[in-house]
Design a protein around this ligand. Structure first.
Ligand code: NAD
Length: 486
């Protein structure tokens, strides 16, 4: 068995064990063995981190630095991330089962890119002068919020954390980051790299441990001014309730059940390839996964057949192997959830046309699951309504534009959608009618540090990435009136 990686939390710039001395193991989902030993953060640890963040913010040691200086430090963080790319990628792959070729080429570089984007953005955060009635000089200034709790899930641990850390720091906030229990290594490493780059002690704290303990303390604390949360809708609802205590500012990125719509006039070969990528990328553990595939009736059968054949060839393998494109599901819990939904789908009358079972890579170990396609699905079945968060695709037939708009919007979620057609008028019409935060036309799962991203309905609210996140969440505006009447 490879040696366990051991990491400590970062509180007030120092490496800390849990005050109780307790630790837990994060598990490598490809081997089912321990990958890292981490501190089991307690209520007291979370409170200590919050106090450190509060003291650092109140001292203004970070927020009063010139924005350009903060930007330079964040640029250095990006350089350090890239210098440590291999180590970070191995942490991410070891804890989550993402293929190393993806963590090396997508997760880690995109996290660095977020730091670069917000390094540049730091000097572009400003208010405006507004011509009000009367003889007044009237202006707004943009200020940091204060202490922010950043709570993240396990499916893109580094990327989702970077999407929050970089803008929070660019604007002068202090933070307490709570990574998912099963994927904390890259979060802790990022805090170490931020210290090395020059972010002052106490500004960036990371507490590992349980959501119900560490996360809940952050949510309930009156010393925390805002929470940016990415995770499940049910925990998001708990956070809304907890945050009401001191009326915290909230940004919630929650679940999804995104429609991916293929019209008869699409480039069919590309649509088949991309429909598979839309659901199976990162083993379907993607909030925007195109998990409901709507196919126009006249091409439905042939499309489903070709797509199923493609899925059947996409077998998962050892995520540390450079050639692997699909890894194991992240955990036993997730494996059981996917298996359960596959059972439910069959009982509800859907037909499995690919996968539907565990995959053995030869070791007999690991939470590997075959990419799974169901046809004969209708929009009322549980597999079409509930977020599975795994490699399970529901293929649903539709008759025309109006039928598919109605079906696509018939969901509690509104995170993302895909549209495949060569008809430009139809593409834009449908894009306008779909209730989702992001719509991709003839592409899917595209992200960029500059592109605002967030959900509607029970997929949450608040935008991340781009300048919009700075205006919506990481800063507030203050209005100043100056009497000029002589
Ligand atoms: P989760 O909601 O179980 O956990 C997310 C984080 O919240 C973890 O760090 C967890 O420890 C913490 N947490 C749990 N209970 C808490 C509490 N009571 N108070 C405070 N924090 C608490 O989600 P997960 O299983 O880690 O991730 C999967 C979910 O995340 C899916 O529903 C997926 O759709 C969603 N997700 C959404 C987006 C998006 O951008 N919309 C992106 C990725 C994942």
């Amino acid at each position: 068995m490879p040696e366990l990686i051991k990491k400590q939390m970062i509180i007030d710039g120092k490496q800390e064990n849990a005050s109780s001395g307790e630790t837990y193991l994060s598990i490598n989902p490809a081997t089912e063995e321990g990958f890292a030993e981490l501190p089991q953060g307690s209520k007291a640890d979370a409170e200590k981190a919050i106090s450190a963040a509060r003291a650092s913010f109140d001292s203004e040691k970070w927020s009063s630095l010139p924005a350009g200086k903060r930007g330079k430090i964040l640029w250095k963080v990006a350089d350090l991330i890239m210098q440590n790319r291999r180590e970070l990628a191995e942490f991410e792959t070891g804890e989550t089962g993402k293929p190393i070729r993806e963590t090396m080429s997508i997760d880690i570089p995109m996290a660095a890119d977020l730091f670069r984007y917000y390094a540049g953005a730091a000097t572009k955060v400003h208010g405006e002068t507004i011509p009000v009635n009367g003889n007044f000089f009237h202006y707004t200034v943009r200020e940091p919020i204060g202490v922010l709790g950043l709570i993240v899930p396990w499916n893109f641990p580094m990327l989702i954390a970077a999407r929050k850390i970089a803008p929070a720091l660019a604007c002068g906030n202090s933070i307490v980051l709570k990574p998912a229990e099963i994927s904390s290594l890259t979060a802790i490493r990022m805090a170490e790299l931020c210290l090395e780059a020059g972010v002052p002690e106490g500004v960036f704290n990371v507490v590992s441990g349980k959501g119900s303990v560490v996360g809940q303390v952050i949510v309930d604390s009156p010393l925390v001014d805002g929470i940016s949360f990415t995770g499940s809708t049910s925990v998001g609802q708990t956070i809304m309730q907890g945050g009401a205590g001191n009326v915290k500012r909230l940004s919630l990125e929650l679940g999804g059940k995104s429609p991916n719509i293929v019209f008869v006039d699409a480039d069919i070969d590309t649509a088949i390839k991309m429909a598979a990528a839309a659901i199976f990328y990162n083993k379907g553990e993607v909030c925007t996964a195109g998990s409901r595939l709507f196919v126009e009736a006249s091409i439905h059968d042939e499309f489903a057949e070709k797509l199923s054949a493609r899925a059947a060839k996409m077998l998962p393998g050892d995520p540390m192997d450079e050639n692997t494109r699909l890894g194991p599901l992240v955990s036993k819990v997730q494996f059981e959830q996917v298996s359960e939904y596959v059972k439910i789908a069959s009982e509800d009358g859907a037909t499995v046309t690919a996968g539907g079972e565990k995959h053995d890579i030869g070791s007999g170990k690991g939470y590997f699951y075959k990419p799974t396609v169901f046809t004969n699905v209708n929009n009322d079945m549980r597999i079409a309504r509930e977020e599975i968060f795994g490699p399970v695709l529901s293929v649903i037939k539709f008759s025309d534009v109006h039928d598919v708009i109605q079906k696509a919007n018939d969901s509690i979620y509104g995170l993302a959608a895909g549209i495949w057609t060569r008809d430009i008028k139809k593409a834009h019409y449908v894009a306008q009618k779909i209730n989702a935060g992001t719509v991709w036309i003839n592409t899917y799962n595209m992200y960029d540090a500059a592109s605002p991203y967030g959900g509607n309905k029970m997929s949450g609210f608040g935008k991340e990435s781009g300048m919009e996140s700075i205006h919506e969440f990481y800063t507030r505006s203050k209005t100043v009136w100056v009497d000029l009447n002589f």
